[in-house]
Every structure is written in C-alpha cells, then in structure tokens.
Unconditional design. Structure first.
Length: 159
C-alpha cells in the first residue's frame, strides 16, 4: 500500500488551522463538503486525519486530528477535482483503505491524479497563508461558528 517514489513531489498547500483554511477563500465557508474518510493514518501508529472535498472549490483536503500541541488542526490541500465523479474515480476503493496503517500515503498518491491545488487569489489577512512557502503562518487561531459568518455577527471567542 505504501508506494514511495523519488520523482513524487509534494504539491500540497498547507494551512496552520481549519480557521485559516476557511478564511483564505470565502467560497469554502459557504460550500457543501463531502466526507472522504475520518481515519486516514500516518504510518502504523501515527497521527490521524479526516479528509473532505469542498464542492465549490473542488479541493480535497485533510485536517489533522488530535491535541493542539501535536499539530491538531493543520490542513493540507492535496488536489482539486472538478466533479464528484472525478473525485470518486481517483479515490476508487478508499473506504477499504482508510483505517489501515499508512493509509494517508495511499490517499496522497491517489490525490496526485487530480489537478494541483491552487493558492487562493485574494489578499490574505496576516497570519492566514503565505504564497512564498505555500503554508499558513503566524497569527492566532479562532474557531468560527456558522452563525458568525453573517455580517454583523459577533466575533468568535478564542479557545
């Protein structure tokens, strides 16, 4: 299951938190998402990730689960699919692989069949994303509640 290739390049885009990921592109906040597995694993006993596909942007991403001090909340955008059919074709059989050891490697290799992720084009707030490094940097993380997305809604509290 774990296929390693020296020619495989990491084309993913990383964000420090789910909040930073959603803030970097307003289409993500309003979009429907389709779950693509909850127990993607690194190695045999490594961290767990949840995968989802954002309908409005076509992005397949994973978010790390676990304690904050161990990297919880980090988001990695693996690729883009123009339709659910394209996503399902690239990830055919994911349900039987998801909870197995090193399943995240399988997911990354399958996601490489999809279009490369594209950094959002809008201006970024400090601490949300860095084009230079392709990852989220700095800033404090805030959790966003669905009702806080409306104009004039109170700002979410830091947790």
């Amino acid at each position: 299951m774990a296929i390693r290739s020296s020619t495989h390049t990491d084309r993913s885009i990383r964000y420090q938190s789910l909040s930073n990921f959603y803030s970097a592109d307003s289409r993500r906040r309003a979009s429907d998402e389709h779950d693509v597995g909850l127990w993607w694993r690194v190695g045999a006993y490594g961290p767990l990730y949840r995968a989802a596909w954002v309908l409005d942007t076509g992005e397949l991403y994973v978010v790390r689960l676990g304690p904050l001090q161990e990297g919880k909340g980090e988001v990695i955008v693996l690729g883009r699919a123009n339709s659910r059919g394209e996503l399902e074709g690239a990830l055919d059989g994911w349900q039987s692989v998801c909870a197995q050891p090193d399943s995240l490697t399988w997911l990354r290799h399958r996601a490489a069949k999809l279009a490369a992720p594209v950094p959002p084009a809008r201006a970024f707030a400090p601490g949300s994303f860095s084009h230079r490094h392709g990852r989220a940097v700095g800033g404090r993380t805030q959790l966003r509640r669905p009702d806080a997305r409306r104009a004039g809604a109170p700002r979410p509290q830091n947790i």
